[in-house]
Design a protein around this ligand. Sequence first.
Ligand code: SF4
Length: 228
Amino acid sequence: MDDRFIGDIIYERLVNTYSIDLEDFVAPRLRHTNLFEFTVAVILSQNTSDVNAWRAYSRLLEVAGEITPSKILNTSIDQIAEAIKPSGMQYQRARKIKELAGAFIERDIVGEVEKTLREKGVEEARRKLLELPGIGPKTADVVLLMWFNAPSFPVDTHITRITLRLGYVARRNYEEIRRFWMENTNPQLYLPLHLLLITHGRKTCKARKPDCINCVIRNHCSYGASSK
Ligand code: SF4
């Protein structure tokens, strides 16, 4: 009997099936930039495709010159909104990005989060990030995992759909899905498993027509077990 975590088993199947190119994902591609720039890019990738998020990010970079808190504070809401139009909800996002720039100017966010991670752990650091403008659970988890290298598991629309189909959670609830993967995966695998599940959702476990017949994790899946 295989007594490894189910997340580790699924990781192994998926890593033998797909090759992940970090260039296909907006956030991993930018993980070496400054925290403000990285967070802005993640905010731009919420509820939109990576292609649109990348276009919005590139246009903002062009308009502001650099994506730093001071450059963003010197750029008007209208200019920011026009630049980030490809990501949608541009005025709402532009206001949040501007507010976030203000917070980064006033506080040492990197220092605060690092200190909290060291002294109180990842959940407390997450709470700190969630207090910032424009940062919801998914953005906080991407920032923790990809920028701070801290063990958190971001959940996107593909991961939500796959987890529900696998039958590991009963409802569409961000925190429950995150907790499931964190409790059932070796923390060293959080980042690759996160990216592999997204790839699996894009290529095989598609929203409309999942290709269950050719799925390498079908024997772990409730939906797959009942499909022909
Ligand atoms: S068996 Fe089907 S529903 Fe289950 S994970 Fe695979 S593709 Fe998705």
